[in-house]
Design a protein around this ligand. Sequence first.
Ligand SMILES: C[C@H]1O[C@@H](n2cnc3c(N)ncnc32)[C@H](O)[C@@H]1O
Ligand SMILES: [Zn+2]
Length: 444
Amino acid sequence: MADILIKNGYILTMDPDTGDLKKGEVAIENGRIIYVGLSYNGKADKIIDASGSVVMPGLVNTHNHAGMTLLRGYADDLPLAEWLEDYIWPVEEKLGPEEIYAGVRLACLEMIKSGTTTFADMYIHEQAAARAVEDCGMRAALSYGMIDFGDPQRAESSLLKGRNFVKDFNGAANGRISAMYGPHAPHTCSQQFLQDVRKQARKDDVKVHIHVLETEAELNQMKEKYGKCSVNMLHDIGFFDSDVLAAHCIWLSEGDMNILAETGVHVSHDPVSNMKTAAGIAPVPQLLEKGVNVSLSTDGCASNNNLDMFGVMKTAALLHKVNSMDLTVIDARKVLEMATVYGAKALGIEAGMIKEGYYGDLIVVDMKRPHLTPLYDVDSHLVYSARGSDVTTVLVDGKVLMENGKVLCMDEYEIMMEASKAAKKTDSQHLIDVLGLNDPSVDQ
Ligand SMILES: C[C@H]1O[C@@H](n2cnc3c(N)ncnc32)[C@H](O)[C@@H]1O
Ligand SMILES: [Zn+2]
């Protein structure tokens, strides 16, 4: 007997072997998909009616700093280096594990409500992020953000934090959490430190998550320091392998792209963040052409400023069309693949497709909405017309986290209250109390 049977939906399997099904059924048992087809022959404990909806794999957001929901709108419209160094890094010092827990809970709530089932993260106090992920039921690949700035003592303490995180959380939450090493970037970490991290990751058999060539300033700094760009430096020290997830990858030469393709590095593309911070435009069509696995991501909430992967999908498509002045350069199906299949591949998880044996990580998108009417082409609507708020039901690991728009795995109001309270730790003079935290008549 299946645990859950989803009926009457348009099944966007994203699986080239089966193709999509205009009206199909998906059965889930013990967290895994056990049937995808026209009609399931067995019984199920629970039926989900997906009439008028698309059933698709949950979206995979491959680069986030989830705790940064607390800094949403804290400092905007500033040059990237100034934004990070003068605003974000100093205020992060004020945030402890309890605040980050509240911020990541808020991030998870926002992601679940907009159809993301898995995310990759790199941040401070990451054990608090792991706790939040464990509590809410999402899937995540988490890493402790490590920076040494060339200071051997910082290198040692950072690596220790990273190692402890991997030891404590890789495989946690019944396998929903995987741990990665998260050296911040080639210009904030010394070469020695990057080598040490690389060695440790191989030893522990876990993946590595890093920012690469987000800004032209990084490119110039690297050339000055090493006489070569970040990609060449990382390649020369043997850092690159198919277990590396590199975020941004904007300032790439043709040779750099070839290195990423040859070494099997996965690229996480953050179009909304890159546009907002004016970091540049990653050469995504060229990377895809060379066979690089490019997935999609929001980046942290402070540079986006939300975690809606539907917005990211649309932006990715539009950005590369206008940048190349060729609207065939990236189509809706390719964008959907990047947000599902390629994301799961980057993180090495059996998800991103509705396929027998894969995790029961899927979402239901309601198509009975004015902005989705009429319906000729499902791919087109999902990428160009839909929004995260069209997602009604979300399953992760075969558990229903949201059903018909109601979040079951947490109390929405409480999460917003706790995050708003945590945001007070920033000491910002600009925080506006919309939830009535300071009103004694509001139950706290
Ligand atoms: C893990 C670390 O990464 C920082 N961080 C957040 N957003 C960006 C970005 N766009 N580029 C570089 N670093 C970033 C966080 O502020 C944290 O300190
Ligand atoms: Zn980032």
